[in-house]
Design a protein around this ligand. Structure first.
Ligand code: ZN
Length: 298
């Protein structure tokens, strides 16, 4: 595997808590205004367009397709593509946040430490990309509550047979993995504290959890959008929001908007360290407001 080290790092900072993040905010505001003006010059059309950049999964320059799917208007009325969800590499299909996870693994961890890898997805371009690094990677999907963890389940709309797992009660042994990867999954799990604890349980000592979530850096505490009541019904505190789901055309309900309290929550769940790593870099197709990859060490 040959990484091109001429490309500057996309990692702008690492934070162990909100205080650390807030301490640099005043200085970072100048940076944000520059990033904003780059977006202003780049987003000259309402149509999708292609951007040439370095893909951390393909390890080469590829065209990346920027679309306005999930685009939104800010409180001030300015419009933005959902940058984390777009700039998908035409070759491997990974969007900005998925490629950032790859770059994190390549440049911020010692890859050789990891041999037993679990990924909480298995029908996606990201899984196929991770399998190139670790051919033995174990992958799963949450197919439905009618299946038992570890069972082979059939995805209704594709007919594909996959391993079913529930992150709040995994079928794996204690310490079975060195690396666990989840991408935009925890927001769909009402008891995400239990999911953090399960990820810690199946990791070996020094093992690492690497994940992305929709994250709201202005929120000190996680905002609960929906909760499951004791009778199994769902109580909505905010308008229901559904995200794409590889195993269902109905999408998956988003239960929470994560804030900074997830770092102490990870530590309470059995991790020694937990941090948020902030990235941005047009040379790798990461634009807009800097976003984060999270990691926690057992
Ligand atoms: Zn690629």
């Amino acid at each position: 595997m040959k990484i091109n080290n001429f490309f500057p790092s996309i990692w702008l900072g690492e934070f162990n808590d909100k205080e650390q993040y807030d301490a640099g905010q005043a200085d970072r505001r100048d940076l944000y205004s520059v990033l904003d003006s780059i977006d202003d010059r780049l987003l000259i059309s309402r149509h999708g367009f292609s951007l040439k950049a370095y893909c951390a999964s393909c390890l080469g320059i590829t065209p990346m397709q920027v679309t306005w799917h999930y685009g939104y208007a800010n409180a001030d009325g300015s419009i933005h593509p959902a940058w984390t969800e777009t700039a998908a590499c035409e070759q491997c299909g990974l969007n900005s946040r998925m490629r950032a996870v790859f770059d994190f693994l390549l440049r911020k961890t010692d890859l050789h430490r990891f041999s037993r890898v679990y990924m909480a997805e298995c029908t996606t371009p990201s899984f196929r990309a991770v399998r190139k690094l670790w051919p033995e990677v174990v992958g799963s999907e949450f197919v439905g509550p009618e299946y038992l963890p570890g069972q082979t389940a059939t995805i209704a709309h594709s007919g594909e047979n996959v391993r079913h797992e529930d992150l709040t009660r995994l079928s794996f042994r204690n310490g079975e993995f060195d690396l666990v990867i989840t991408q935009d999954v925890f927001e769909h799990i009402p008891d995400y504290h239990a999911a953090f604890a399960e990820c810690a349980r199946v990791l070996s000592r020094q093992g690492m959890l690497v994940f992305t979530i929709p994250f709201f850096p202005a929120l000190p505490a996680t905002q609960i959008r929906a909760a499951v009541l004791s009778d199994g019904s769902i109580q909505h505190h905010l308008p229901p929001e559904f995200h794409g789901n590889p195993v269902s055309s109905e999408g998956a309900l988003c239960f929470q908007n994560f804030g900074w309290d997830i770092l102490p929550a990870l530590r309470s769940a059995g991790f020694r360290e937990a941090r948020a790593s902030m990235y941005w870099g047009p040379w790798q197709g990461h634009l807009g407001f800097p976003f984060f990859v999270f990691s926690a060490v057992r």
